[in-house]
Design a protein. Structure first.
Length: 179
């Protein structure tokens, strides 16, 4: 049972709507048909009220809205990726073949393939990428494809690093190598 007048009013409205549902739907539809631009005009007259309501709605439904946008972007991104791969199939094959050849040339005979595979498996488990600490290909230095030069790194950090950074790079770049 409702305890205060607002709750009593809500309860009455719910019961009334349930009892007269069809008539209420018809009444509201007729009003919307007779006043098609009402809410557009209201928004133009009251931009502050609309902004406040929008902010409250976004705050209350932040998680749902974020998930909806993420799903839309995933689908859109997947479509774009599929179109791009279809259009540039040969260039992508060539780029991948060059990368495999580069890794093969950069792998020393003493490298432990099992340890390298373990690092790649760990990166897959963490949903990370494998980063070459010293880049395989750079203007200043070329690293090896061996277990000592590999580490799991997040996709964002690996893309940010690119092939521009490696440990102790600044003394080398500035010509002050300690011996």
């Amino acid at each position: 049972m409702a305890t205060n007048s607002k709750e009593k009013q809500r309860e009455y409205s719910r019961r009334h709507y349930a009892k007269h549902r069809e008539a209420e739907i018809a009444r509201r539809t007729a009003w919307r048909t007779a006043n098609p631009n009402y809410w557009r005009e209201y928004a133009e007259r009251n931009p502050g009220v609309i902004a406040a309501c929008t902010a409250r709605h976004r705050k209350r439904h932040r998680k749902v809205l974020r998930e909806r946008v993420a799903k839309f972007n995933r689908e859109k991104g997947a479509e774009y990726t599929a179109r791009y791969r279809a259009k540039h199939r040969l260039e992508l094959r060539e780029r991948n073949a060059r990368r495999r050849a580069l890794e093969k040339r950069a792998t020393p005979k003493w490298a432990d393939p099992a340890a390298i595979a373990a690092i790649y498996a760990e990166a897959d488990r963490l949903k990370y990428e494998v980063d070459h600490i010293v880049p395989l290909q750079s203007k200043r230095v070329c690293g090896l494809h061996c277990e000592a030069n590999l580490r799991p790194l997040s996709k964002r950090l690996n893309r940010q690093k690119n092939n521009r950074h490696w440990p102790d790079m600044w003394p080398i770049v500035r010509g002050r190598v300690r011996r």
